[in-house]
Design a protein around this ligand. Structure first.
Ligand SMILES: *Cc1c(COP(=O)(O)O)cnc(C)c1O
Length: 349
């Protein structure tokens, strides 16, 4: 009896088709960094096969991905040395250039290299400034070995639809790329809310995995990961008795408790508040007491359950990961990428 993350292949296919409907004509660069947002590369074949390109953040991820597919790869961090450039070329990656220190490494290449120039339009994390971008462009345009495959930028506030930075970033990006054929700006939030950011390549991440980049769930998307764990014990607490470390939760009436075999050691958030819903036999039941390393306790007074029944922690249409994230002061991205290696991953239809 242990924790299982079941990865729905049909939900992946569905969510990818939602991206394609919303951005018709654009090519899809699926973000599968961080082991496919924690869903495991081995379990996401519909994405690998159905996307135009797959993006990873670092070379070690590109190596793992290349071992299972010949699909085109985009390396988001770019390269930092001649030997990293060699590795990236031998893995047949397109390579992002986001810092001036990477320009000479690329420009000295002995083989053809495809680059994506990343402009910083206001996020101020990775990216070339407007003037650095212009210098880099003129250098690369005269180098027959360097192909500029695309120019990209990234939104800082796309999940806040009315944030003024969205317009400023888009305006600057358009000004700098009027003569550019292949452009890419949109992440999931922009795909879902700003059609004018589609351009030639879109870069969906979280929405492919069925979670919304906004605070509220999006019913157009289907949850991909269902996280479940077994009920290990059931007991009745008398009114006035407490449960768990710190004895922080006290029953105000006689209460039936299910003790479930999952905890922060598996990646269930320790900060989940009392009342965070857990789905047991189709009924949402409240978490009570502190989350331990291996166990949580749930008030099942409102449903019938037996030892061995599976509780769903997230990933059902009735209990989306966003709800658990909101109850734990975090975001779905962190919960999905945070499962530990004690969890078994399986591909489900
Ligand atoms: C991760 C990432 C994305 C995808 O973001 P989501 O919010 O998950 O859609 C897009 N672009 C870049 C550069 C990224 O690093």
């Amino acid at each position: 009896m242990h924790v299982i993350a079941s990865i729905s292949q049909s939900a992946l296919t569905h969510n990818l088709s939602v991206v394609k409907q919303l951005t018709s004509g654009a090519k899809v660069v699926s973000m599968i960094k961080a082991n496919a947002y924690g869903h495991h590369l081995d379990c996401i074949h519909p994405l690998i096969d159905g996307s135009d390109r797959l993006a990873v953040s670092e070379l070690s991820e590109a190596e793992k991905l290349r071992a299972i597919t010949q699909r085109p790869i985009l390396l988001l961090s770019g390269v930092y040395s001649e030997s990293e450039l060699q590795r990236a070329i031998s893995l047949d990656c397109h390579i992002v250039v986001h810092h001036t220190s990477q320009i000479a490494i690329i420009n000295n290449t002995q083989q053809v290299v495809n680059v994506w120039l990343k402009i910083d339009t206001g996020m101020h994390r990775l990216g070339l400034s407007a003037s650095e971008y212009k210098e880099c462009l003129s250098l690369f345009e005269t180098n027959p070995l360097v192909e500029i495959a695309c120019v990209m930028s990234h939104f800082a506030c796309a999940d806040e639809i009315d944030h003024p930075m969205n317009k400023t970033q888009l305006k600057l990006f358009k000004e700098l790329t009027t003569k550019t054929n292949n452009r890419s700006m949109a992440n999931s939030a922009a795909i879902l809310s700003q059609a004018e950011t589609t351009f030639d390549f879109v870069r969906p991440g979280i929405m492919l995995y069925g979670a919304s980049p906004f605070n509220t769930p999006n019913n157009q998307l289907k949850p991909v990961m269902t996280l479940s764990a077994p009920i290990l014990s059931i007991k009745t607490l008398q009114a006035g008795e407490s449960v768990g470390y710190g004895a922080t939760w006290i029953a105000d009436k006689d209460t039936t408790l299910a003790v479930i075999g999952i905890g922060y050691g598996d990646g269930y958030p320790r900060h989940a508040k009392n009342g965070t819903p857990v789905l047991i036999n189709g009924i949402l039941c409240p978490l009570v007491g502190r989350v331990s390393m291996d166990l949580i306790c749930v008030d099942i007074s409102s449903t019938k359950a037996s030892i061995g029944d599976n509780a769903v922690l997230w990933g059902d249409e009735k209990l989306r990961v966003e709800v658990v994230a909101n109850n734990s002061d975090t975001i779905s991205y962190e919960l999905l990428t945070g499962l530990s290696n004690r969890v078994s991953f399986i591909s489900a239809p």
